[in-house]
Write a new protein. Structure first.
Length: 182
């Protein structure tokens, strides 16, 4: 869920606190403690390119709110660990993402045995028909995929030479295809 800082900034400080508390209460999320609420309110006046994160927990769930590109991004988890909400991906989640990407690839009528589906690697680049070679980090930034969601990206690599042929993300599907080799 996202919430615009600009819209919150139009409200008085007491009304901002009320909106933030009500948002949590209405969804059954843990209400932010006073200090966390103050942190969220401080973000309202920050430049739109600021990045920050705040977390809090209840006995049954954890909440992470991230500031990115002028929006508050809310993520709730009903799994609380002693270290807070984990951002890593479990082996089960990784297999599920790989399976979803593979099924999506098959739906494109592409040959599964010609590509290997996997995670992106540091320094990965892709050759695009209209733009030449581009690094994946920049492509993800341009696609407005938040940094904490980029681990979900799946890369289809040509089996024979490991060249990247397509990118898949759960929110976008196969949203970028490479220039055909020729």
């Amino acid at each position: 869920m996202q919430l615009s800082l600009a819209r919150l900034g139009e409200l008085s400080e007491p009304r901002q606190r009320l909106v933030l508390r009500h948002l949590c209460q209405s969804r059954g999320w843990p209400v932010p403690p006073r200090g966390r609420l103050a942190s969220l309110q401080q973000w309202i006046a920050t430049p739109p390119d600021s990045v920050a994160e705040v977390r809090w927990h209840s006995p049954v769930s954890s909440l992470v709110v991230r500031l990115w590109r002028g929006q508050l991004w809310w993520q709730v988890s009903d799994t609380v660990t002693r270290h807070g909400l984990g951002d890593g991906v479990s082996d089960c989640q990784r297999r599920e993402l790989d399976d979803r990407a593979r099924q999506s690839w098959q739906a494109l009528a592409a040959q599964e045995d010609e590509v290997v589906i996997g995670q992106r690697q540091p320094g990965d680049v892709m050759r695009l028909a209209d733009r030449g070679r581009r690094d994946l980090k920049r492509l993800l930034q341009e696609a407005d995929i938040p940094p904490w969601q980029r681990h979900q990206l799946r890369v289809a690599r040509r089996a024979r030479d490991q060249a990247i042929v397509a990118l898949w993300h759960p929110a976008c599907g196969w949203w970028l295809r490479a220039k055909p080799s020729g």
